[in-house]
Design a protein around this ligand. Sequence first.
Ligand code: SAH
Length: 248
Amino acid sequence: MDIPRIFTITESAHRIHNPFTPEKLATLGAALRLKPGISVLDLGSGSGEMLCTWARDFGITGTGIDMSPLFVRQAKLRAEELGVADRVGFIHGDAAGYVADEKVGVAACLGATWIGGGVAGTIGLLAKSLCSGGIILIGEPYWRQLPPTEDVAKGCGAGAVSEFLLLPELLKSFYDLNYDVVEMVLADQDSWDRYEAAKWLTMRRWLDANPDDGLVKEVRAQLTSEPIRYATYTREYLGWGVFALMAR
Ligand code: SAH
């Protein structure tokens, strides 16, 4: 079981597979006022940076589930490196339908809400693992400004303008699901650059090291087009944030 190989090539050097910097992850942890011993479930945990650094900085315990064997391997190495392998564990698997055996204080899905079939479905899934009074974290894109045409939305990698909401509409959608929004930390253009521009050097180095690989054509095409596509569309139109929710 794995995700498409193009992602494990372009994001192999990323610790955070989202438009967040380490500082923003730390800001989020502090904003949530995490206490030692709080348990955190992370669906689509990637390379485990959130759980590992929060275990180091705030003393949380946690479990992450991710479909990429490479990212899970990197997450386990990171836990060893930060000396928190006794507090956080990473499972390779499909997080769709995953419910924790013991209820957690924080249940998160950052940048992978397709796992529950969209934002509403993912909130419903995370809620099944959450203790009463617990916090759900959703990391999700929104439009910084509404794309004037469907082509601009597609340039941002969205299927259509209707795929994402403006920030006030996204916040309202949480209220409509009967949740209070109790905190949020938003990406900015600089943190988007850390996510997107970091792929370019990784692609270039991968191309130099793997000239005979079957994906060379695709990676070469991406490296050539991505900087301009990103600067034209995503960087201008797409926002991203993590929203902390509590059931009303
Ligand atoms: N939350 C992480 C990773 C976000 S990228 C971070 O912020 O760094 C999306 C992640 O979802 C990838 O690591 C990918 O491997 C994982 N993923 C995709 N589909 C999945 C599924 N069905 N179950 C578990 N993980 C999945």
